[in-house]
Design a protein around this ligand. Structure first.
Ligand SMILES: [Zn+2]
Ligand SMILES: [Zn+2]
Length: 331
């Protein structure tokens, strides 16, 4: 089969690999329909890497496909079922897993980063990493379930209730997904703070009531009960944007930055600052939300490419001319 493999920095190597088999009892062999490329993939491919990754793996951690073959102990899915694959897989055996904090698993592994993923014609995933999805969802939209599950987890931690005002800092894929989910949750207003006019237009389509540049926000932006940093280094701006008693979710991640924080304001305004890391038990809810038809995520998908053009997709993402690139191996 054809696969896009991480061998050296900056690009993926398109190569032939033996088609994997469901050789373990809990293995599920999936024929990949669509796989999203994400910012994390770009970080893995940087030199030096901005995110760890195992050389030699087939990349791609946001994917959906159809079950072709199952191991003898698999119960939740059968051949022919359509599934989304969990990006991060817990061990189900460590202390954190025992306490239900699956996203804090001490032996967590990630498909497409530390073990083979979905930028290939086929992938083998243990049963605990697959979730059934409805047949009617277009494959390229269903490939967004992985990032959506992370955002659903974040919104759950934030506890946004109808009628609240929200501010989303950064309208990249994650900021746009927060915007869409807040809109579906009945937020009164959603202000996105974003520099790019293309992304601003998308934010409006996803349900933003207002999109301001950072400069415009400083001039005339209002505070909100709920603030999301979808970039990973904007805590100081998020503290300013939060109303007294407000909640801030820190979603984006950047281990290289340490912004100066005015702790006084957190205390004085009684703010709650929440870290939200990947997803945890949030796939079923993300699937149900997409199934409901309340979210139209299709405007976020700016390109659908065949596997052979994966590197082109990576280049365009680096250049900032794309929001979400989806690869379809069978295209
Ligand atoms: Zn991702
Ligand atoms: Zn564990």
């Amino acid at each position: 089969m054809r696969a896009a493999v991480f061998l050296s920095p900056h690009h993926l190597t398109l190569t032939e690999r033996p088609r994997p088999e469901a050789s373990a009892e809990d293995d599920v062999l999936v024929e990949v329909e669509a796989c999203g490329i994400c910012g994390t993939d770009l970080h893995v491919l940087e030199d030096p890497p901005g995110h760890p990754g195992t050389p030699g793996v087939t990349m791609g951690h946001e994917f959906v496909g159809r079950v072709v073959e199952i191991g003898g102990a698999v119960r939740r899915v059968s051949a022919g079922d359509r599934v989304v694959i969990q990006a991060n897989m817990q061990c189900n055996a460590c202390e954190m897993c025992a306490e239900g904090y699956f996203n804090q698993c001490e032996r967590m592994t990630t498909n497409g980063i530390f073990r083979d993923g979905g930028l290939a014609e086929f992938a083998v995933i243990p049963e605990r990493g697959v979730h059934p999805i409805p047949d009617h969802l277009p494959a390229e939209v269903a490939a967004l379930i992985e990032p959506l599950s992370c955002v659903v987890h974040g919104v759950r931690l934030l506890g946004l209730t109808p009628g609240e005002d929200a501010i989303v800092l950064g309208a990249g894929p994650i900021g746009l997904l927060f915007t869409a989910v807040f809109a579906a949750n009945g937020a009164r207003s959603i202000t996105c703070v974003e520099l790019s006019p293309e992304r601003a237009a998308l934010a409006h389509r996803m349900g933003a009531t207002q999109v301001l540049t950072p400069g415009e926000y400083r001039e005339r932006g209002r505070q909100a009960q709920v603030v999301v940093d979808a970039v990973g280094m904007l805590l100081p701006a998020a503290i300013d944007a939060a109303r007294p008693g407000g909640r801030i979710a820190l979603f984006g991640m950047n281990s290289q930055v340490a912004p100066p924080v005015k702790q006084f304001d957190i205390t004085r305004k009684e703010l709650t600052v929440i870290g939200t890391y990947v997803g945890s038990s949030s796939y079923p809810q993300a699937i149900a939300l997409l199934d409901s038809g309340r979210l139209d995520l299709s405007p976020m998908i700016t390109s659908v490419l065949p596997l052979e053009q994966t590197n082109e997709g990576l280049d365009r993402l680096r250049a900032g001319t794309e929001v979400k690139v989806i690869v379809q191996p069978r295209l």
